[in-house]
Design a protein around this ligand. Structure first.
Ligand SMILES: [Zn+2]
Length: 170
C-alpha cells in the first residue's frame, strides 16, 4: 500500500566528520614525488609542538630547569608550558620568540597566563616597549600562514632544537 507521500531525497545531511588523525594525513594530497602533502592545520600542530619544546629548552638552565616568567617558580623544562603573552589565536605573533616564554602550568592555565606580569617581564627581557609592540602586532588582522611557510619554519625550528639539545646535553 502506498501512502502517497515520499520523503524527498536528502541532498544534505549529517556526515561523520573526517577525523584529524595520522590516517587523514596519510591519505591527503600528494606531492609529485608521491610524498604526502600535509595541510596547513597539520603543519601548524607540528610547529606548535616543536616551537614549544624549543622555547622551554631555550629558557632552561644547564640542568634543564626553567623559571616561570611570571611567578618565578622552578620546573623541569618538559614539565611546564611555553606561555604566550598575546594569545596564540593571533597568528601574526603565534611563533614570535619574544611573545612566548617558559611558564609554569599554573600561571599559564589557571591564571590566564598572568598577562600583565608577562608583559612587564618581556619588557625587562627585550627592552621597554616590546610588550606594546607585540600587542600591536597581535591586533593585525588577516594574517594567513601557508603550508610552505609552516614547512620552512618547521625545518628552522627542528634544526634550532637539535642544536640546543646538543649544546645543553639534554
Ligand atoms: Zn608561574
Amino acid at each position: 500500500m502506498s501512502l502517497g507521500f515520499q520523503f524527498p531525497k536528502r541532498k544534505w545531511g549529517w556526515r561523520p566528520q573526517a577525523k584529524k588523525t595520522a590516517e587523514t594525513e596519510a591519505t591527503g594530497p600528494r606531492t609529485r614525488s608521491g610524498a604526502v602533502r600535509a595541510s596547513a592545520a597539520v603543519l601548524k600542530r607540528r610547529l606548535d609542538r616543536i616551537f614549544s619544546e624549543y622555547i622551554r629548552l631555550r629558557d632552561s638552565d644547564g640542568a634543564g630547569i626553567c623559571r616561570c616568567i611570571t611567578c618565578g617558580r622552578s620546573f623541569l623544562w618538559n614539565a611546564g608550558d611555553a606561555g604566550h603573552f598575546v594569545s596564540r589565536d593571533k597568528l601574526a605573533i603565534r611563533f614570535d620568540e619574544r611573545n612566548v616564554n617558559a611558564q609554569c602550568s599554573f600561571c599559564n592555565r589557571y591564571r590566564s597566563g598572568e598577562q600583565y606580569a608577562h608583559g612587564l617581564a618581556i619588557d625587562r627581557k627585550h627592552g621597554k616597549g616590546t610588550a606594546d609592540l607585540l600587542m600591536q602586532l597581535g591586533s593585525m588582522r588577516g594574517t594567513k600562514l601557508t603550508p610552505i611557510w609552516f614547512s620552512v619554519k618547521l625545518e628552522e625550528y627542528r634544526a634550532k632544537l637539535k642544536k640546543l639539545k646538543a649544546k645543553k646535553k639534554l
